[in-house]
Design a protein around this ligand. Structure first.
Ligand code: FAD
Ligand code: UDP
Length: 400
């Protein structure tokens, strides 16, 4: 602990620092209990400990930290992501400079191919995709744009994830690249999903074949888990793994709770379960150096059950005689990985959010706590913003 943080924690009168006057620390001395050791929970734990001098207990029901970003060496010694590929990209300098306290980076620009019949074509759709699929020789952005204009089927009011794509590239490309993939991924037709879902994937007239165009694209040099270890390695942070928050003894609870699990579970699913989409991961190791030419190959066809295959060595740069891959097979049952963006789910979420707003000393954060389809950098940004607001509420503490 820095002296300043310790002083801030104790405060001028040595009293409790907490938002609701009169609330004492839990019996075991924690100021804050955090449910979840993913990005949301870990960033808030680090900030509340290091910057605000709070004593923090982080619990996670899993036996590891890092949430869905968890990576580890598999039986073959290949660094893999247990919960599917996590590629870091952001336009936020604040998020980069914050995370850079805990890791160095390996520059990595993500590239994806889509398996269409026997061909593997760049995804997002770009000029190369169009030339290959239509046997053309479009040689400039202007030519590609003019060609796309002949395919596009303008939709007067873009309301859902089908409209977005058909409006930009027409029915054939929509059916080839989006319809089957989306039906598999979400168990819903694109017309039943918010437009924000397929809007994540642009259409390009250039030959840029990167999946993302963010200003910062890199992987944590020693992996995500190592970065989380450095974040959580703090004298004011205790960690309880394999511990369900809902079974936590009262003595371990502090006056403030940060909850990053599913918001509906916190309230005992009072209004019925919020829908989440799950995945089954099939991890394999192959006795060869390379399995596929890029990190991720998407499978938009509906007759294969998986949506994509990831080969991790492309992401990590690891040199190894064998290689490990993961198939992602969407499913309705299992861990809640994706909130499902559609109007009726948002209505149900709003009812839970109203309960959350009325909870005086509980803060809801992260992808599951906010029921938002957030990327990692957005979760970090949200957690840093929440910390700034909390810090201002902690009496006598200077924001850092
Ligand atoms: P999580 O990482 O889910 O952490 C929540 C934690 O809370 C979990 O560890 C869980 O075990 C714990 N928890 C829940 N309930 C309880 C309880 N009752 N008691 C104790 N613990 C509990 N983002 C990107 O930016 N780039 C990508 O390439 C990318 N790829 C992804 C691929 C997949 C397959 C998935 C599912 C997500 C991907 N994401 C990606 C999104 C990224 O995973 C999230 O933005 C981020 O991990 C969310 O962090 P979080 O802390 O909100 O949630
Ligand atoms: N999508 C698609 N075909 C693709 C890639 C994406 O239909 O080849 C759609 C699909 O609905 C997917 C969404 O676009 O869920 C967002 O894609 P992204 O790659 O951002 O998904 P994530 O990595 O978050 O699973």
């Amino acid at each position: 602990v820095t002296e300043a943080a310790d002083r801030r924690r104790r405060g001028p009168a040595g009293g409790d620092r907490f938002p609701a006057p009169g609330i004492r620390r839990g019996a075991r001395g924690y100021d804050v209990t955090i449910c979840g050791a993913g990005f949301a929970g870990a960033v808030l734990a680090e900030r509340l400990a290091e910057s605000s001098g709070q004593r923090v207990l982080v619990v996670d029901k899993r036996d590891h930290i890092a949430g869905n970003a968890y990576d580890h060496l598999d039986a073959a010694g290949v660094l893999v992501h247990r919960y599917g590929p996590h590629i870091f990209h952001t336009n936020s300098d604040d998020v980069v400079s914050y995370l850079s306290r805990f890791t160095r980076w390996r520059p990595y620009e993500h590239r994806v191919l889509a398996q269409v019949g026997d061909a593997r074509l760049p995804m997002p759709i770009n000029r190369t995709t169009l030339n290959a699929l239509y046997g053309l020789n479009l040689s400039s952005d202007a030519e590609a744009e003019a060609f796309l204009a002949t395919l596009a089927e303008p939709v007067a009011e873009i309301r859902n994830s089908r409209d977005v794509v058909v409006n930009a590239v027409g029915t054939r490309l929509y059916e080839t690249f989006f319809q089957g993939y989306t039906r598999k991924q979400w168990g819903l037709d694109p017309s039943q999903l918010d437009k924000s879902v397929t809007s994540r994937v642009p259409t390009r007239t250039s030959t840029d074949d990167r999946y993302f165009t963010d200003s910062f694209q890199a992987m944590p040099l020693d992996g995500y888990t190592r970065m989380f270890e450095r974040m959580l390695d703090h004298p004011l942070i205790d960690l309880a793994l394999g511990q369900d928050f809902h079974d936590l003894p009262a003595a371990d609870r502090g006056p403030l709770t940060v909850y990053t699990g599913p918001i509906d579970a916190y309230f005992g699913h009072r209004f019925g379960p919020l829908p989440y989409r799950s995945l089954q991961f099939r991890h394999e190791t192959h006795d060869k150096r390379r399995f596929q030419e890029v990190a991720v190959v998407n499978y938009p066809a509906e007759d294969v059950p998986w949506t994509r295959i990831t080969e991790y060595k492309h992401l990590t740069g690891q040199v190894h005689p064998r290689t490990s891959i993961t198939y992602e097979i969407p499913s309705a049952e299992g861990e809640p990985y994706y909130p499902i963006p559609r109007p009726e789910n948002q209505v149900l979420f709003k009812r839970y959010e109203a309960l959350a707003d009325a909870e005086r000393n509980v803060v809801f954060a992260g992808r599951l706590g906010s029921y938002r389809y957030y990327n990692m950098d957005q979760v970090v940004g949200q957690a840093l913003a929440i910390h700034r607001r909390l810090d201002a509420r902690l009496p006598g503490l200077a924001a850092t």
